[in-house]
Design a binder for this molecule. Structure first.
Ligand code: ZN
Ligand code: ZN
Length: 329
């Protein structure tokens, strides 16, 4: 019988290393060769000698790390090899360019999902199901309470929230890369007076538009505009801007946060936002289960967050062998 030694990769120093291939995946510190699933800051490290990723991620990496970095990019339909290890990228549906990474070497097949979601999102390619022997699956929202409402329902609630307060500036905080663009795509033809975005979001919007993604019209927040002019409009800003002395210039305002975490009432109350909209770029409970089952993996490792409930459910209900993907000392 074929033996699965799970030797090909392991977790070390907050990243994933493939010693045979002499490369890392989403390293947390500078390394010689880094495969990158997507361009969120918790998945990239500055100062690597070489980055390898999808073409869209390479554009985003240059924006975030610097134009001079050395990047090799491969499309979703082209496998390549490094030191005898076969590598393929597949869409993960998380943000523009986000990839799952499949590695094949010796007699082992591994799939690293990276961050992913199963909901439709017109700003990136849909998640592609891939079969594997070993699966490293993100488990950020691995509790049964996390079941996302339809995107359209949440977006309509956002529109209602803005339009119900025509004399206020409505400030919606969201991540600059991915969430902001997904919202702008979903807000197409939704009848909001004006949409303004923070300069960090504008930079990423320009890249998305350049890549052919359809976004609702927006303008950059301009220090010259008077508070009155923002009344009845929607402003998209990164969470780092949620400070009274930065926001008071918008006059009378209300705030909200767009994140999957807003499904937890206690978190929502503690967050200090007036309102929370539970829209996420990660898989929910059912999305995680479906993905893990359909991968037909012989062994599953949960990465990110506390996957204890999911591990218990999968081993009892589905008889799937599961382990937490912890750093070995
Ligand atoms: Zn991410
Ligand atoms: Zn992440």
């Amino acid at each position: 019988m074929e033996k699965h030694n799970k030797n090909l990769i392991r977790k070390e120093n907050g990243g994933i290393i493939c010693s045979h291939g002499d490369f890392w995946i989403d390293p947390a510190r500078p390394v010689k060769r880094a495969l990158i699933t997507h361009a969120h800051f918790d998945h990239i490290s500055f100062g690597c000698e070489e980055y390898i990723c999808s073409p869209e991620t390479s554009v985003l990496l240059k924006e975030r790390i610097g134009k001079k970095i050395k990047v090799k990019s491969y499309g979703y339909d082209e496998s390549f090899k490094i030191n005898g290890i076969k590598i393929s990228f597949y869409p993960s549906g998380h943000i523009l360019g986000s990839s799952q990474i499949k590695l094949e070497g010796g007699n082992e097949k591994w799939l690293i999902t990276g961050d992913f979601k199963r909901q439709r999102d017109e700003t990136c390619l849909n998640y592609q199901e891939v079969k594997t022997d070993f699966l490293i699956c993100e488990s950020t929202f691995a509790l049964p309470i996390f079941n996302w409402d339809s995107t359209n329902k949440i977006v309509n609630q956002i529109v209602e929230w803005v339009n119900k307060s025509p004399n206020m500036t409505s400030i919606l905080f969201c991540y600059s890369l991915g969430k902001a663009q997904r919202l702008l795509n979903e807000l197409k033809n939704k009848n909001i007076k004006n949409i303004y975005v923070h300069s960090n979001i504008k930079k990423i919007n320009d890249i998305y538009i350049d890549q052919g993604i359809n976004l609702e019209d927006f303008a950059k927040i301009n220090p010259g505009i008077k508070p009155k002019d923002y009344q009845g409009s929607l402003l998209l800003m990164p969470p780092s801007q949620n400070k009274f002395n930065l926001l008071k210039r918008f006059g009378d305002y209300q705030t909200a946060f767009a994140s999957g975490w807003m499904l937890i009432r206690a978190l929502k109350n503690r967050s200090g936002y007036d309102k929370g909209f539970a829209i996420s770029d990660h898989a929910d409970w059912n999305g995680l289960i479906k993905t893990i089952k359909n991968s037909q993996a012989k062994k599953v490792f949960l990465d990110h967050g506390d996957g204890e409930s999911l591990a218990k459910y999968l081993s009892i209900e589905e008889n799937i062998e599961i382990e937490s993907f912890k750093t070995k000392q």
